[in-house]
Write a protein that binds this ligand. Structure first.
Ligand code: ZN
Length: 178
């Protein structure tokens, strides 16, 4: 069943494509979408007004992830090969969802860490140390002598929790588009 392509314009998808494929990856996926099908690397380079080598680099990165695939055809007159590319939108959706799930796991680990360790900061930003070390320093910064204050872990945990909620909302939005 063909997937609706609205999710290609979600910020998480756009961010993902840029991260894995570089600056042109997102744009070339969008051109491919507008053309509703196969495009050659020459066409993409012309449309984006960049060197073909840049387009090929981006396409190869997407190919490596199984997002872009190509067909090689030989021009019988010139003898040159041309490459017609297409984009697998299902694969993009799959990878974005995987990435976000991993991100949630990472944040959860971070939260566990924050819960288990309380850190102390120098007001001037010279140093951050765990509780045991802060006691050794008698709660004074070894660099500048100012007081070492307890880091606000509660606030940090709230921020992290909010981030998880945001990702979940993004994922639900994406799933609804499928
Ligand atoms: Zn200090």
């Amino acid at each position: 069943m063909p997937r609706k392509k609205g999710f290609l314009h979600l910020p998480i998808t756009e961010d993902f494509l840029k991260t894995i494929g570089g600056d042109y990856a997102l744009e070339l996926v969008q051109i491919w979408e507008k053309k509703k099908g196969n495009v050659t690397d020459e066409e993409l380079a012309k449309q984006l007004n960049v060197k073909i080598t840049e387009i090929r680099t981006a396409l190869n990165r997407l190919h490596y992830r199984g997002i872009a695939c190509y067909q090689k055809t030989r021009n019988t007159k010139t003898g040159w090969y041309s490459y017609t590319w297409s984009i697998k939108t299902n694969r993009i959706a799959e990878l974005v969802m995987e990435r976000q799930a991993e991100e949630i796991q990472k944040i959860k680990k971070r939260m566990d860490f924050e819960k288990n360790y309380i850190y102390f900061n120098c007001k001037s930003g010279c140093t951050t140390v765990p509780f045991e070390v802060a006691t050794e320093y008698q709660f004074k910064c070894p660099e500048c002598g100012k007081n070492l204050d307890e880091e606000n872990s509660v606030k940090k945990l709230k921020v992290l929790n909010q981030r998880i909620d945001d990702i979940r909302i993004e994922l639900e939005t994406m799933e609804k588009m499928n």
